[in-house]
Design a protein around this ligand. Structure first.
Ligand SMILES: [Zn+2]
Length: 457
């Protein structure tokens, strides 16, 4: 059996930055590394070509009656820039104070190694383990996974007969309190343009006679929330999944404190929807956020014009049961309905991703037809984390988006068990990314227990 931490260091030395073609060698190296490792473990390795960075698919096949788990991960990493802010070479991993530093240590090579090592150990101890395993490790996660959905569609027949997806690419709040993520928000982006007069006007010659497009844009955008931060788009909340008492209780057990959160953000007041505390609002409610607005003169000094155009970029985060296309259309309709005469408006929909929500077993709202092996995976995960970390996990929804999780649900019909193995202090996407080695070592034991439980049938 290989040493997982040494193997992880080897993986981290491959600078697999997917967004920058200068790192082709690192991408190839990382892929070859995984293919070699999976080969040593006796898995059938396939490198699946995509338009950009191939997917590594490694399978342990077996009896069709055996359970089948897909383990997802990604081998690409974020750029290391600005490199001068790193205390050590981002692609030469070093251990300091129980942490391993290097780009990709936490996102996602370390957490992914926990599952690889767990499978390697389980198979070494029991070469005839009755479990089918498919590692699906993509190389485009950090650039939005453009090839994954087409891949899932193309391989739907073989992948959809799996029982569930297991992965670790989500956050836990601390090394003592692991979180199993059961919900992710979706997203839809919109770009709005308001056009008034055909060119910028002299505000002395024309000001007062025409509707200023910037003013119109502010008024319309300002009307999209009420004073208590509810979105006023008709139908906006129609499909929002209900929040159960158990969810509020588990979230409360997290012990998040509003005052320290406010201090952390450097603001003197929080502004959630009146029926939710801020931590609930992040997880349970959709949003409508202005990400950027512009128009008119923005240079030094002043310029006395009525601008011809104004623009705004906005995104909505969506929660369980909402459809990004439907919500996008509602917001578009609401904006267009409020545009005053004298202004021409266009609203274009940009990228989108569906929200995701799964209910663990044994809750009042658990679906009656929840697949037995999925329920088993959740139960085994809860038990294993309780044993190994001395504290059971919390099952929480998250505010962020991982659209591929919803894609796997929609395309393959598979739910995901997401075990958070990175922590807030791990500096993901930032200089000095690192990984808490004790969390990863315990993560290996957790994953192994889950694998063994799944193999029971
Ligand atoms: Zn990641």
């Amino acid at each position: 059996m290989f040493d997982p931490i040494e193997k992880l260091k080897e993986h981290l030395r491959h600078a697999s930055v997917s967004t920058d073609s200068a790192f082709k060698e690192g991408m190839n190296g990382s892929r070859d590394f995984l293919a070699g490792l999976f080969g040593e473990m006796g898995l059938n390795v396939e490198i699946v070509d995509t338009d950009l960075h191939p997917i590594v698919l490694a399978k342990r096949e077996g009896d069709a009656r055996w359970p089948h788990v897909i383990i997802y991960g990604h081998y690409d990493v974020q750029p290391a820039d600005p490199i001068e802010l790193w205390d050590s070479d981002p692609f030469e991993p070093v251990e300091r104070d129980g942490r391993l530093y290097g780009r990709g240590a936490a996102d996602n090579k370390g957490p992914q190694m926990a599952h690889i090592a767990a499978v390697a150990q389980a198979l070494e101890e029991n070469p005839s383990l009755p479990l089918r395993i498919t590692f699906l490790i993509e190389g485009e996660e950090e650039i939005g996974s453009p090839s994954l959905l087409p891949f899932l569609e193309a391989r739907k027949a073989e992948l959809s007969e799996a029982d569930l997806v297991l992965l670790s690419d989500t956050l836990s709040p601390s090394a003592d309190q692991l979180v199993v993520t059961v919900g992710l928000r979706g997203i839809v982006a919109l770009e709005v343009e308001f056009e008034g007069p055909k060119s910028d006007l002299h505000s002395g010659l024309h000001g007062g006679a025409v509707y200023n497009p910037l003013q119109a844009l502010f008024e319309v955008c300002g009307s999209l929330h009420d004073s208590e931060n509810r979105v006023t788009v008709p139908g906006f909340y129609d499909d929002v999944a209900q929040v159960e008492d158990w969810e509020r209780e588990e979230l409360a057990a997290l012990g998040a404190d509003e005052d320290s959160y406010r201090d952390f953000l450097g603001i003197d007041a929080l502004h959630p929807h009146p029926d939710y505390n801020p931590f609930e609002a992040i997880r349970y409610l959709p949003t409508l956020e202005f990400n950027g607005m512009g128009g008119g003169y923005q240079g030094e000094g002043s310029k006395t014009i009525v601008p011809s155009k104004a623009m705004a970029k906005l995104t909505c985060r969506l929660v369980g049961n909402q459809d990004p296309f439907k919500v996008g259309a509602l917001v578009k309709e609401a904006i267009l309905a409020r545009v005053p005469a004298g202004i021409k408006a266009t609203v274009e929909m940009g990228h989108e991703g569906s929200p995701y929500l799964v209910v663990p077993p044994g809750r009042p709202n658990t679906p009656e037809d929840q697949p037995r092996r999925l329920a088993k995976a959740f139960e085994a995960t809860e038990r294993a984390i309780g044993d190994i970390f001395d504290k059971p996990p919390l099952f929480l929804r998250e505010g962020g988006s991982i659209p591929i999780i919803a894609d796997m649900k929609k395309t393959l019909g598979l739910d995901s068990v997401m075990v958070g193995l990175f922590l807030p202090e791990d500096n993901l996407h930032a200089p000095n990314e690192s990984l808490n080695l004790s969390v990863i070592k315990k993560g290996i034991q957790v994953s192994k227990k889950v694998i063994l439980a799944l193999a029971e049938g």
